[in-house]
Design a protein around this ligand. Structure first.
Ligand code: AMP
Ligand code: MG
Length: 280
């Protein structure tokens, strides 16, 4: 059975043989994560964080930000969850639900170093005006939470427009087959992977235009699409975005260091793969 619902600015589809309440709970996670992590909603927990005061955070916000900051350190700031105001300055400032634009604080000097977490107290301290942006991890986090709801049913697939998790096997009893879209021809696949119990996430330049920024401002992107296969969707989602920013050489090196599989396709349609890469 396949169910679809528009959520988080995309269409989420869930394929599973499970009772209705479990499927509803899986979908609910997308609303929950969005309510906490949205950069566009002034009422979200993320937007409510004050400057200069360590503030107790929900597990969803703390875990996702903590992971994003680790990746920022790992990539020396190529991945940076404080780019919210720069995204807004580029015109990515409208709530897709209401169309409302909002003014957000921040400057180009702000970076991930201006956010301090205390894991013991589970607090977040922002040390200068900035706007957090968890757009590269939130969908993955929601997919993982939905996957946990469906774990008792073993065989399921959650697809949130570019971010997927496939549990167990497909209705034919075979590994799930996931296509990687050709970045310049929406009717073609660039590749196909067979997966079970893992996430497949893609960041492409073809869906929402140039929505991935290089905070270090290194000119034109060298990647048209980045696909990562990993044990969970938050990791794969974030690493796909990070590899996109880093470009083929450093991107593949990051993915290999993080022990995930990946495929990067350049605007000239050259393909770069991690050493270990699954194939259908
Ligand atoms: P994705 O669709 O997963 O590749 O994520 C794209 C989103 O990640 C954008 O819409 C921004 O919210 C955010 N983003 C863009 N550039 C960066 C970056 N350099 N570091 C971290 N997040 C970014
Ligand atoms: Mg991503």
């Amino acid at each position: 059975m396949i169910r679809t619902m528009p959520l988080m600015g995309t269409v989420v589809s869930i394929t599973v043989d499970a009772p209705e309440p479990a499927i509803s709970r899986a979908f609910d996670w997308f609303r929950e994560v969005e309510a906490v992590c949205s950069r566009f909603d002034p009422a979200s927990e993320l937007r409510q964080l004050p400057v200069g005061t360590a503030t107790a955070a929900s597990p969803i916000l703390f875990e996702s930000l903590s992971f994003a900051l680790q990746l920022a350190r790992e990539t020396d700031g190529a991945f940076d969850p404080t780019i919210g105001s720069r995204m807004a300055a580029r015109g990515y400032n409208r709530d897709y639900r209401t169309g409302a634009a909002s003014e957000v604080p921040g400057s180009d000097e702000a970076s991930f170093r201006d956010v301090v977490l205390d894991a013991g107290e589970r607090t977040i301290l922002i040390t200068r005006p900035l706007t957090l942006d968890l757009g590269a991890v939130a969908k993955g986090l929601a997919v993982d939470a939905a996957a946990r709801e469906l774990q008792p049913f073993q065989n399921f697939c959650i697809d949130a427009g570019g971010d997927m998790y496939c549990g167990g096997v497909n209705p034919q009893g075979r590994p799930w087959r996931v296509g990687v879209r050709h970045p310049r021809d929406r009717d073609r696949l660039a590749d196909r992977f067979e997966v079970r119990d893992c996430a497949v996430c893609t960041s492409g330049d073809y869906e929402r235009g140039a929505h991935i920024l290089d905070p270090r401002g290194n000119g034109a992107p060298q990647v048209a699409s980045a696909t990562v296969i990993g044990p969970n969707a938050m990791l794969a989602d974030a690493l796909a975005t990070a590899a996109f920013v880093l470009g083929p050489a450093r991107g593949i090196a990051l993915l290999e260091r993080m022990d995930v599989q990946g495929l990067l396709i350049t605007p000239a349609l050259e393909q770069f793969r991690t050493r270990q890469s699954a194939h259908a």
